[in-house]
Design a binder for this molecule. Sequence first.
Ligand code: GLA
Length: 754
Amino acid sequence: MLRFGEMKNTLNEHLMGLFSACLVQLFFGAALASAQTPASSAPVFRLDGGNATYAFGVNERGDLQALYWGGRLGPNDVIAPARSFPEWASFDSPNTTTPQEFAGWGGGLFTEPALKITFADGNRDLGLHFVKATHASQDNYVILMKDISREIYVTLRYSMDPDTGVLSRSADIENREKEPVMIEQLAAAQWTLPPAHYTLNYLTGRWAGEWTLNQEPLRQGARVFESRRGTTGHQANPWFAISRQDSPGPAGPLTAGEEHGEVWFGALAWSGSWRFTVEETQLDFVRVTGGFNPFDFGYKLKPGEHLETPVFYGGYSSRGLGGASRLLHKFEIARVLPQAPDPKLRPVIYNSWEATEFNVDQTGQIALAEKAASIGVDRFVMDDGWFGQRKDDHAGLGDWYVNPKKFPNGLKPLIDKVHALGMDFGLWVEPEMVNPDSDLYRKHPDWVLNFPGRPRTEQRNQMVLNLARPDVREYVEGFLDKLLSENDIAFLKWDYNRNWSEPGWDQVPPDEQRRVYIDFIRNLYAILADLRRKHPKVEIESCSGGGGRVDLGVLHYTDEVWPSDNTDPFDRLAMQDGFSYAYTPQVMMAWVTDSPHWLNFRSTSLTYRLLSSMQGSLGIGANLNKWTPEDFTTAKRLIAAYHSVQRTIVRGDLYRLISPRDDSAFSSTESVSGDKSQAVVFAFTHSTQEGRGFPLLQLRGLDPNADYQVIWIEGKALLGTPDRASGAWWMNHGINFDLRGDFGAAAFRLDRVR
Ligand code: GLA
């Protein structure tokens, strides 16, 4: 065994020879020191897109090794081939010290593996080596790897979006052994960042309190974010951003912030149990491993079978967290959403849930529809309560026939009336659930997730149907297809109001039961895809008691999401701020509901509520039967104003000018259209003190040489503010306006006039 000192010298020599002497430059050094590195035939794979370059290679051991991820390099820059790192003393083998692209567990790997397998003979060692690469186009690579002796093949797919530089990565595992193997842990991808000081940004929450942005220094060790709930979860969202604390700047290192500095980000496209492990290793590399949650996991892969992971997206911005989220928004619109690359703007909806709860009937819904149409609503959505014996949340889920007492002639008279009023019609469903008090449960008690002989836990008086079962999948798809075929429905609000418990599946052998974590979600996606194919005009919202199922997996099949059951317009400002770090405002539904609000008992003006909701895709969820004539006038005026600037708000570049976080007295956002011809600005006060007015707003993202005219949607400028000025004026001089008091709101647009 080498002594520590000897080992250290060996390592230092190695690093000095291979890379820059500076440890902080270790990783970049590896990429850029090509001129000093002896030529090698080891392949280097490089992808360029937007302002990013990603590179990896094969080292002399045959490992796939991370080489570079960061700002775009010159087209002729040479990236040095990979060379593995040596042992760190006798305690860590090169398997641990070398940043691998997709590490199998074995050979002394102490960092997080991407793949861990138990073979039929009890062997649990896995060493993945490069076999070949296919480069079908300049934007993608398909890499084949194989275990050093066993017939386990891993195909890694890399695809770079040329516009945003967002990279899509996934893995496919194939068993060509003669016996089944058990996959115990499987990530979609592992990302490596160079050694530096970083801030970790992540989103957490709870029911009615989703989308809290957390920011903390990254330290050695591991941070784990996950859902064990069989679904995405309210508690953590599968998105991260890592901002560099010592980003290179013109006047020396600076901490990456909202609009400057280097940021690496990622999001996993999966709506089942997931896990991210963010490690800062002993050699100061930062590694993010994410994919299926290994908790209670076990996927038996039979000979000839494959298991494919979801896609893990990753991107890089040199323009802070704001730049990172603008790239993600653009990517989601252009590449992820079902209607990509140009999804329809969301219709302004009315939903009666907060007004009527379960008390829906034909007369009541028609009365609300008439009022909704009068203020410019485009889509009328009937929420929970229309089906089976649904009077409250104790009964009915699973029985998807129209309740004959509430709707004696079916849904047609209501739908026809809604159409006659110039709106289209949407309906609430919760397809994966069942109440024990339902015909469906009485007929098929074995259809729910459960461990036989053990209690079947109910939450909100309901249980989860085992969608992994082919017969359950057929039932769910069948009733939805029938509902959509028999009724002129433009939209489904697809809800999911509890998480898993007792995820048993006793119809399959014990060592296959944990496939439920994957088969359930794959069937959900398959149903959504089939319905969209059969009913191409139908749009779908992903809702799970608010924001419990928001991720880039479900957003491939759904057009919008419900971010939270908490519609308090002040709480929503912080939620919308947090949401916008990961997801585009195009998918962010935001309703105006009643005041005082049921959750915080807070009173706010209708104008404040409307402006808060106008930051996303607007909806109305108030009890219109209680509105005054003035309320109708205000709503009609602001909905019309919203319609005229909606594209800029939900599809433009979002700048978070003043954050509502950290008890800020103020907040403000600005959205600038892609061609810079329009900007829309929102401003809100929480409470002002000592008569202080709103802070100076220096806008961003405008064309400095163009002239813009200000048009107030709500509020007014201070005397002396020009109506028209150059982009440079709005950005450098900035605008002052008079907005004071508690829960005040203002909004204006800037239209390019020259
Ligand atoms: C969930 C949704 C709500 C509403 C209710 C109906 O909580 O998030 O918007 O649809 O279910 O039961």
